[in-house]
Design a protein around this ligand. Sequence first.
Ligand code: SAM
Length: 245
Amino acid sequence: TGILYVVGTPIGNLQDFSPRAREVLANVDLIAAEDTRHTKKLLSAFQFSTPLTSYHEHNEQSKGKFLIQQLLEGKSIALVSDAGMPGISDPGEVVIREAVEEGITVVPIPGPNAALTALVASGLVPQPFLFLGFFPRDKKDRRKELKKWATMPVTLISYEAPHRLVDLLSDAMDAWGDRQVAIARELTKKHEEWLRGSISECLSYIKENGVRGEYVCIFEGADESEFNQAHPAWWADLEVIEHVE
Ligand code: SAM
């Protein structure tokens, strides 16, 4: 059988495209891309002419079956998304799981990822962290999801579209209190910019200066004491473990 490569591509800066990723994209039989037009531009920048096929959230099931078939017939395939690592708030999960179930070799080719890139320079506690991706668009669902993580004593990472950033920050402040946040804009690009401070400070800056580009938010977690108060049974279990040891 062939190999399924899961290939990271740049999140803005073409120089972050690794030589290994380029070599794989130049040499596989087929590239499964979230948006073939987008990936075609990336390939032509490097003069590659590997065949492309689309693999996105609306054809994940049907196209996944086709890709698995090709892999079983011995073809090598590279899976890419528009930016960053496939499967991370991007298509990929379904075909990767099926490949694993079929015993097909899956080889990750690491590349940029917006969440980790933002986390490491946030100045907040880097671990443990919880990656939440995008919150639901619907206000009620979003507030419920925010509430769900309110007592987690871990750093929280979320993506957000520019036109929903103010709503996310306002709802996060309601659900979590006025915590520290680091907001990374346009990572690796010419207009990379950082906002660090309390949620309310960042909100007023953003309301004054507007939003443009792509954003990652890194939020401080809850205090451990909040978690323990909210989950007394969990805490009691831990005490028992300590006692036994
Ligand atoms: N697969 C990608 C990854 O590994 O990071 C994420 C894809 S997701 C559809 C796109 C979101 O990632 C954007 O809305 C934004 O929140 C974040 N993002 C991607 N590139 C970014 C960048 N250069 N600067 C800041 N955020 C970025």
